[in-house]
Write a new protein. Structure first.
Length: 229
């Protein structure tokens, strides 16, 4: 069985992360993962300030946004598969997106100004896998819980959330017949006792292969006891 982290942030791009690329590689190798998806916060979310400057050309900002992914991939070499994803945000509500790459994003400057519902519909129509992350998360900066039934899946196990939050997400996914999804939401600190991910009987080929297998219900949700602090 090959296990892949689906929700991970680097300190290069995500302002809230303390996870250095070298530590990402070390952590997932020690915990027996076959690979990891880097899902840094997009330009409309909690990314570093330099990527939020609207006076900088969008292609340049997108290139910088991919620096975390590239750094982890370069350091991992052949030891760990590293794939690209991102987390699109609105007011503390987040959707994980898989299946697009840097070139695709650079050609879609309009998505930075879309409302969440319009973005989800656009992403679905353009070959992406959309997963609402931690839909029942509560925090001081979230004025209310927003649910978007347009997404293809729901993160029903987020390792950084409590059992109640994950149970609500699981119930919601069941009632709306959504793909059930698992990830750690790893920021490199406060590592929980259990971490998440999706497992497959064969290694993934690329991001599109991941999207296809998850969509076809060929993935197994994981909840794994952490081996390293």
């Amino acid at each position: 069985m090959y296990v892949y982290e689906t929700h991970c942030h680097t300190d290069i791009v995500s302002r809230c992360s303390r996870f250095r690329p070298e530590d990402v590689v070390d952590f997932y190798l020690k915990n027996g993962y076959a690979g990891v998806f880097i899902t840094d916060h997009f330009l409309n979310g909690n990314c570093v300030d330099s990527l939020r400057d609207p006076t900088v050309p969008i292609r340049e900002r997108i290139h910088g946004f991919c620096d975390g992914y590239r750094a982890v991939k370069r350091l991992a070499g052949e030891r760990l598969q590293v794939f690209f994803g991102f987390e699109y945000s609105y007011g503390g509500t987040d959707v994980l997106v898989y299946g697009w790459d840097e070139d695709k994003l650079a050609g879609l400057p309009e998505i930075t100004d879309m409302d969440m519902r319009s973005f989800i519909r656009f992403a679905n129509d353009n070959g992406a896998l959309t997963i609402q992350a931690h839909p029942f998360r509560e925090a001081s900066y979230i004025d209310h819980i927003r649910l978007y039934p347009e997404v293809k899946g729901i993160e029903t196990f987020n390792a950084m959330r409590d059992d109640r939050t994950n149970r609500l997400a699981d119930f919601y996914a069941s009632e709306y017949s959504k793909i059930k999804f698992s990830g750690t939401d790893n920021h490199g600190y406060n590592i929980p006792e259990y971490i998440g991910g999706m497992a497959f009987t064969e290694r993934l080929k690329d991001e599109k292969d991941f999207v296809g297998r998850v969509t076809e219900d060929e993935a197994i949700l994981c909840r794994i006891r952490t081996k390293t602090p």
